[in-house]
Each structure stands twice: as structure tokens, then as C-alpha cells.
Design a protein around this ligand. Structure first.
Ligand code: FAD
Length: 387
């Protein structure tokens, strides 16, 4: 596997073990069938419990049966999962960084005890409802709201593009609390079997096909007051979750790009044209050289990001730069790899076109490329340019 500047040589035994376990799992359990799942538009749900058994859901958190691995090991895990498919990494990111993280960071003791052990084992599935039909890049304008009624809240609104909502047991719904004079955004734990909840599946996606995506409809849904995350008010709640998930994406995109690179390199060595392997042509070598260089620079950024996160110095803007750069890199390089495979490159027998299509989603969700550009522009000039 591409590790041109020997970054893996410096891994601790724990980091190496996590990486190798995930790599082997993806090779054996994911790669053989993922092309079929992609074509059929299904997620390999039979792998969810295995992911749980291997400790792949929120392993960087402590307590409640979670192993508390360091941020480099967590990043490497995301990289290996996305080398399989972005749908697989999305499953782990949503469950771990977008659902378990806020329960862990902002939940009551009862909420933590109720959800974290089961979610860690993959026995309960969560989803994260922030995006709405009319509010994607600007979730602050959300319309979904909650109103207090005795010791209950009543929720109304609609969320869309929600990874895993059709198979989730619980959704973290971000909504404005209209009973509070400041109308803050709060996080509400909404069990999906409550009256008034619908979770329709979104079909016919042309990207991230091996992932289940849906809506969340909320029509006079009553939940007990105890289901509100007590530890956070305002947009800090959802945004802090996004920082965690974007960190995993910055790593994951490298895995997808690396899988494209390895596939293209092998193909170039195996495929003969004009009397020998296409890898002997300078045009093909230039593509491999560029791919390897771009992947390596993305790896360096990810490893540094892990150091910053580990010592508590990582800022959301650091994550924006890494997500923005590494996903664009994977998007560009997967396309080059696809090209190197000629006609075979447009089939699901090889991974590059699947990764390439997936990258359109990864480029768009968790803050579009444009939005991360604006976040960086704001940070670099002090002038916000969002509106
Ligand atoms: P818009 O915000 O309408 O943007 C459209 C275009 O305008 C984009 O190119 C954008 O960059 C550009 N744009 C917007 N504002 C500006 C600006 N100020 N300056 C310049 N350009 C701008 N959401 C969840 O809450 N939970 C999930 O689990 C989840 N999973 C997803 C899974 C998939 C497969 C997909 C596709 C999306 C998912 N999302 C999820 C939603 C995702 O986060 C949003 O699609 C994303 O935030 C963009 O919002 P939008 O689609 O409404 O696009």
C-alpha cells in the first residue's frame, strides 16, 4: 500500500493494530461484494454487528464499553473503511461522530447508559438530522421546532438527506426550542418508532449508492423532556459534531484515493498495449506520479491534524482545510485512476468509478467545498463572506 514517505513506520503498536484489523476486514468482508451493493443501491447491513464487534463505532471515545483509542488510530480506521467504500465510512462516521459523540459530550448519564453501549456494539443505530429541504449550507435558518407541553416536547418539521434514517432506532434531531425566549437550537433524541415520525428512503442516488439515505418527517411528535441533550444550546451543538465527522472524512478520503491508486498501478502493470504493459508509457507514469504525490501530501496533512487533535489544539478551521483539500484530491485522483483503466474503468468490477461517484457526495456533505473555502477565507482575512 502506498506509504511513500514511511508515515506508517512511526505508528505505535495500537495504531498499527487498528489499521491492520480494519484493512483485513475491508479486504475480506467488504471488497468482494461492495460493487454489487453499489449497483443494487443497498448497504451491507449484515456487517453492522461485525463493525460493532470490532469496536469500529466511536472507538476514540472513553467509557461505556468504548476503547478510547487515540486520534491517529481513529483516523487510520476511517482511512481503511473508506478504502472499501465511502458508504461504509459514512456508516461509522454517522454512528460514531454524529450520534455517539454528542450523546457522550452533551447527554445526561441516563442517555449515555441507554444508548452508548448498544450503539458501540452496533445493536442500535443512530442518525443525525440537521439538513432540511430548504436549509443545507445554512442550517442556522432551520425551521424544525420544538414546543414544550408539560414535561414533554412536541416536534414538527422535516429533515432530508439523512444517512441511515430508514434503518435508525434513534435520530438526533436539531430543532429550535420555541418555548425558550432565545429560541436556541437544541438536540432532541427521537426514537424513530414514535407516533408522527416518518423516515422515507431517498432512492435513485447516483453517488454513495452503498449507503442508506432518507428523510425524517416530524408531525406533532411527542418526546419526554428527558430526551433533550442537556449539555448544549445553540449551533455549537451540531457544529461541534460536524468537526468530529469532518476529521474522519479528511482521513477517509485518502483511503478512497489510495484504493484508486493501487488499482490503477496494478492495472497499468498488467494491461498490455502496443506490445507491453501500459505502465511503461510516460503518460501513464506521470499520472501515477501525480497521484502518489497528491495522496502523500494529503496523508501528511491528516497525520498533523491528528497530532493537533490529540493535544487539544485542533481548530475547526484546521479541519476545514484538511477536509477541503483531501476530498478534492480524492475526487480529482479517482477520475485519473478511472481514466487509466480504459473501458474497464467504467464498470463496477473495479473501484475507481465507484469511488469517483462517491466523492461527489463527500465533496458536498459535511460542508460543501465552497463552504470550507469561505470558512478558511474568513479565518485568513477576518471577514465573513457567507452572505
Ligand atoms: P445548498 O446549501 O443548497 O448548496 C447548493 C450549492 O450552493 C453548493 O454548491 C454550495 O456550495 C453553494 N453555496 C451555498 N451557500 C453558498 C455561499 N454562501 N457561497 C457560495 N456558494 C454557496 N445532512 C444531515 O444533516 N445528516 C446526514 O446524515 C446527511 N447525510 C447526507 C448524505 C448524502 C448522500 C448527501 C448528498 C447529503 C447528506 N447530508 C446530510 C446533507 C448535506 O450535508 C447537504 O447536502 C450539504 O450541507 C449541502 O446542502 P444542500 O444540499 O442543501 O446544498
Amino acid at each position: 500500500m502506498l506509504d511513500f514517505v514511511g508515515l506508517e513506520e512511526g505508528l505505535s503498536s495500537e495504531e498499527r493494530m487498528v489499521m491492520e484489523t480494519a484493512r483485513e476486514f475491508v479486504e475480506k468482508e467488504v471488497k468482494p461484494d461492495i460493487g454489487t451493493h453499489y449497483i443494487e443501491g443497498t448497504f451491507p447491513t449484515e456487517l453492522i454487528e461485525q463493525l460493532g464487534e470490532l469496536g469500529f463505532f466511536a472507538p476514540n471515545l472513553d467509557g461505556y464499553g468504548l476503547p478510547g483509542i487515540n486520534e491517529t488510530a481513529y483516523g487510520l480506521l476511517m482511512q481503511e473503511l473508506e478504502a472499501g467504500d465511502s458508504g461504509l465510512r459514512s456508516m461509522a462516521s454517522v454512528q460514531g461522530a454524529l450520534v455517539m459523540y454528542p450523546i457522550h459530550a452533551y447527554g445526561s448519564e441516563e442517555q449515555k447508559e441507554k444508548w452508548l453501549p448498544d450503539m458501540g456494539r452496533g445493536e442500535a443505530i443512530g442518525c443525525f438530522g440537521l439538513t432540511e429541504p430548504n436549509h443545507g449550507s445554512n442550517p442556522t435558518a432551520m425551521e424544525t421546532y420544538a414546543e414544550k407541553d408539560g414535561d414533554e416536547y412536541i416536534l414538527n418539521g422535516a429533515k432530508t438527506w439523512i444517512t441511515n434514517s430508514p434503518i435508525a432506532d434513534v435520530a438526533i434531531v436539531w430543532a429550535r426550542d420555541r418555548s425558550d425566549p432565545e429560541k436556541p437550537v437544541r438536540g432532541f433524541l427521537v426514537e424513530t418508532d414514535r407516533d408522527g415520525v416518518t423516515t422515507n428512503k431517498i432512492d435513485e442516488k447516483l453517488s454513495l449508492r452503498a449507503s442508506i439515505t432518507g428523510e425524517i418527517g416530524l408531525s406533532d411528535v411527542r418526546i419526554p423532556e428527558d430526551n433533550v441533550l442537556p449539555g448544549v444550546r445553540g449551533m455549537k451543538g451540531p457544529l461541534s459534531c460536524l468537526t468530529q465527522a469532518r476529521y474522519g472524512i479528511a482521513w477517509g478520503a485518502i483511503g478512497a484515493a489510495r484504493d484508486c491508486f493501487e488499482t490503477a498501478r496494478q492495472y497499468a502493470l498488467d494491461r498490455d498495449q502496443f506490445g507491453g504493459p501500459i505502465a511503461r508509457f510516460q503518460l501513464q507514469q506521470q499520472k501515477l506520479a501525480e497521484m502518489a504525490t497528491q495522496i502523500t501530501t494529503a496523508q501528511l496533512l491528516a497525520f498533523r491534524l491528528a497530532e493537533l487533535k490529540e493535544c487539544g489544539d485542533m481548530r475547526p478551521q484546521h479541519v476545514s482545510m484538511a477536509k477541503r483539500n483531501n476530498v478534492r484530491m480524492a475526487r480529482d485522483q479517482s477520475r485519473i485512476a478511472r481514466e487509466m483503466l480504459g473501458g474497464n474503468g467504467i464498470t463496477a468490477d473495479y473501484s475507481p468509478m465507484r469511488h469517483m461517484a462517491n466523492m461527489e457526495t463527500v465533496y458536498t456533505y459535511e460542508g460543501t467545498h465552497d463552504i470550507h473555502t469561505l470558512i478558511l477565507g474568513h479565518d485568513l482575512t477576518g471577514i465573513p463572506a457567507y452572505e
